[in-house]
Design a protein around this ligand. Structure first.
Ligand SMILES: Nc1ncnc2c1ncn2[C@@H]1O[C@H](COP(=O)(O)OP(=O)(O)OP(=O)(O)O)[C@@H](O)[C@H]1O
Ligand SMILES: [Mg+2]
Length: 232
């Protein structure tokens, strides 16, 4: 696995500066993010909470360079995203960001082991078979290596999604309601795994959640309402 870049340690892994996002709705513009700024350092686990439609997923998509802002700057792992070509942006995303979505979004016809191989191949990274097995073992999935997503429980699928987000050793982890499809015990376990990975391996993580009961596990809580972000 690749090693942490030393200067990332001292600066923010992710920062959004004065980000505005609007969508065009016929003649009018709907402003979904209103001058949003935030930064997350290596080893820091931030949560974003807020009502449905507040702009949480939009914010996370922009933070992960999946969506471009209307205005403002995004810096990821030391690179200014808005200055990159589309190709360079995709490469940065594949190498430096691990995404976890609400419904795991696994590829139905790939085994657990191959889900991980697939993302390392996309990022053109070399990860050994042993690294893959070790990570799956660490997440309690060793006996599931050869299973397809359809053969797993919701909690197991979400742990595979976590393994897939971690396998490339990205600097940044972005999770959009990772516990929404789980019961409270399994949900808490998932957030504990995210917290452990963030703190032990110096990731910068943002988790969008509706679940107030897991907020004791994060370092920083942001609230978003009607596109405006504040620190709780
Ligand atoms: N592609 C789009 N075009 C137009 N409007 C959009 C688009 N995507 C999102 N929106 C609007 O932007 C607002 C914020 O959406 P977003 O998905 O970020 O909310 P959210 O906070 O993640 O909500 P939820 O908790 O329900 O997931 C909503 O009003 C939504 O309708
Ligand atoms: Mg959402």
């Amino acid at each position: 696995m690749k090693t942490m870049n030393q200067d990332i340690q001292t600066t923010n892994s992710l920062s959004m500066n004065h980000v505005i996002k609007y969508y065009q709705d016929g003649q009018s513009k709907i402003e979904v993010l209103k001058d949003v700024s935030l930064s997350v350092k290596p080893g820091e686990f931030a949560a974003i909470v807020g009502p449905s439609g507040a702009g949480k997923s939009t914010l996370l998509s922009i933070a992960g360079a999946l969506l471009t802002p209307s205005e403002g700057r995004i810096t990821l792992a030391g690179q200014e995203v808005t200055e990159l070509s589309a190709k360079a942006r995709t490469q940065l995303r594949q190498k430096e960001i691990g995404f976890i979505f609400q419904n795991s979004e696994l590829i139905p016809y790939l085994t657990v082991e191959d889900q991980l191989r697939y993302v390392t191949k996309l990022a053109k990274l070399k990860v050994s078979d042993q690294d893959i097995v070790n990570l799956l073992d660490h997440l309690g999935l060793r006996h599931r290596l050869d299973n397809l997503p359809g053969q797993l429980s919701g909690g197991e699928r979400q742990r595979v999604a976590i393994a897939r987000a971690f396998i490339n050793d990205p600097a940044i982890i972005l999770a959009d309601e990772p516990t929404a499809s789980l019961d409270s015990t399994r949900g808490r376990q998932v957030v504990e795994m995210l917290a452990q990975e963030t703190h032990t391996n110096h990731k910068a993580a943002i988790m969008v959640t509706h679940d107030e009961r897991v907020l004791d596990l994060v370092d920083k809580i942001y609230e978003i309402e009607d596109g405006k972000l504040t620190l709780r």
